[in-house]
Design a protein around this ligand. Structure first.
Ligand code: IYR
Length: 343
């Protein structure tokens, strides 16, 4: 029960919950994985699922990190040679971020995805899957340009990775869920069990609180950022004094993308989301430093306590932001040092 609590805390959903309960009841020898398209520099998107992997390690799971070089190539992220090179740097940063290198298996996709067995299985899945289904599964992964044949090969290969890495649990952000559902449907056709899946939330855009944070457009924080960069980005973040902002109350028409009405907008407090999903899972407590005239320093030992203080008006958004910048800076610092040493 403790293991189940630890790994579902900060997750949006398990598919299915009862399957995950069963894995968590005896995690010894169970394998969990996340795949990442190598990009060279870790950013918040990677760090969110990496934090979940650390929790899985703590709960006793074996953890596999797939550096999905072939997938990055299929998703138009550069030449294959470039992608390969960035994969190596990324592995170092995952370790700097906190994944225990002795207990993490790092695998390069191209080590096994070009083997004859894999490729023939891929073609079998191709026979079993409609174009429409494969394409739809990529909506949140491929951006606007999912009209390539490569984008229908991509999800079939992601499904097959589960078989070839011999993993029991596939972990990913909510943007991966349709690919995982496809995997659950098609793997049984290869006489493989349907994989259990665990999905982490999407964090809203830091500046606006609308939609989802993206490394390609909008602000993210990465291991390349200096302390001052992080402070500036967080300071410019959207942080109303509530965890559940009402678009009608907190947005003016100037804040909205063209043609969008406030009633249609999903609005979040990204500063608080970052505390919940990035900071508290890694730190036992967070101290917000304040001048005495503003109440003096205050320490929170859970996200719930911090949120309650914000909602009650006892903790000002600006003080939240400086504490967040400080905590994110500490999470990023070891990877930043690694990058500096590699240059
Ligand atoms: N689709 C992921 C990358 C990826 C994940 C897994 I899990 C794989 O088996 C292969 C690739 C992304 O969007 O980054």
């Amino acid at each position: 029960e403790d293991a189940f609590e630890l790994i579902t805390n900060n997750a949006v959903e398990a598919v299915t919950e009862s399957e995950l309960r069963e894995l968590a009841a005896d995690p010894e020898g169970e394998r969990a994985y996340v795949g990442y398209e190598p990009s060279g520099v870790l950013h918040l998107g990677h760090m969110l699922t990496a934090t979940k992997l650390m929790e899985l390690q703590e709960a006793g799971f074996e953890v596999v990190v797939l550096l999905a070089d072939v997938h990055a190539y299929l998703n138009d992220k550069g030449s294959f040679a470039e992608i390969r090179e960035t994969a190596e740097r990324m592995q170092e940063q995952f370790v700097a971020f906190g994944l225990n290198p002795e207990r993490t298996e790092f695998v390069l996709g191209s080590e096994f995805q070009l083997d004859e067995d894999y490729v023939l299985d891929q073609h079998e899945l191709g026979l079993e899957t409609s174009m429409n289904r494969a394409q739809r599964s990529m909506g949140e992964i491929a951006g606007d340009d999912a009209e390539r044949v490569s984008h229908v090969n991509y999800p079939l290969m992601q499904a097959l990775d589960i078989k070839y890495l011999n993993v029991d649990l596939a972990v990913g952000g909510m943007e991966q869920r349709k690919v995982h559902m496809l995997a659950r449907d098609v793997l049984p056709k290869l006489d493989e069990p349907a994989p259990t899946c665990l999905h982490t939330p999407l964090i809203a855009d830091l500046e606006t609180g609308i939609g989802k944070m993206s490394s390609s457009d909008g602000v993210t924080i990465s291991m390349e950022d200096s302390t001052a960069d992080i402070e500036a980005k967080v300071e410019a973040g959207f942080c109303p004094p509530t965890a559940d902002p009402d678009p009608e109350a907190h947005l003016s028409s100037d804040d909205l993308p063209e043609g969008v009405e406030s009633a249609d907008v999903q609005l979040e407090n990204p500063v608080l989301q970052l505390f919940e999903f990035h900071v508290f899972p890694r730190f036992d407590a967070v101290t917000v430093e304040r001048e005495d005239r503003f109440g003096g320093d205050v320490t929170f030992d859970s996200y719930a306590a911090l949120e309650a203080a914000v909602e009650a008006g006892d903790l000002h958004p600006d003080d939240c932001k400086s504490a967040l910048a400080d905590a994110l800076d500490r999470l990023v610092d070891p990877g930043r040092q690694k990058l500096a040493a590699a240059d």
